[in-house]
Design a protein around this ligand. Structure first.
Ligand code: SF4
Length: 164
């Protein structure tokens, strides 16, 4: 499977989740959390232009002349969201499109939103390349990473697969 933003995100969230998704065990369609994320995206997209753009194997929430913006429903895993965005910035750069990255966290029942900004530089590009290589090795591995036994498992689409 070609590396994509979802795999990058999962790698930081949980190596096992990354491995399962990378090996095409896809349980996300039934997940409440994924449905909430989609609903937030659809609500924000109404009446707007430039939302959800597909380039290669990635889907971008919003692209303007200055920013590529990714919208997340929670700031529970900022590192995962950050590297997903960095990956998108890098894909855009390979197409000759240079943008700054903006992460918007829009939590349910909260009127204010948290915003983080990122700029792709050489160091981030190098780190990203290392992560992409690690993810490729992980997915090809014969061993499934162990379960996390973490509170975040309760919100994961693979919860039943891992624990029941
Ligand atoms: S349920 Fe937990 S261990 Fe299993 S894939 Fe999800 S986050 Fe990882």
């Amino acid at each position: 499977m070609k590396i994509n933003g979802t795999l990058i995100n999962y790698y930081f969230h949980c190596k096992r989740q990354c491995y399962l998704h990378g090996n095409r065990l896809n349980l996300e369609d039934n997940s409440e959390i994924v449905k909430i994320g989609k609903a937030i995206h659809e609500e924000r997209s109404e009446g707007r232009e430039n939302t959800e753009i597909s380039i290669d194997n990635i889907k971008l929430d919003k692209l303007t002349s200055e920013y590529l913006t990714e919208v997340k429903k929670s700031d529970a895993d900022i590192e995962a969201a950050k590297w997903q965005l960095i990956y998108y910035l890098k894909v855009l750069r390979t197409k000759g499109i240079d943008r700054k990255g903006k992460l918007e966290f829009v939590e349910k029942n909260k009127s204010d939103k948290k915003i983080l900004l990122f700029q792709l530089d050489e160091k981030l590009e190098e780190e990203l390349e290392n992560y992409v290589n690690e993810i490729e090795r992980l997915i090809l591995s014969e061993n499934t990473p162990p379960v996390l036994n973490s509170s975040k498992c309760k919100k994961c689409a693979y919860y039943e697969y891992c624990y029941i």
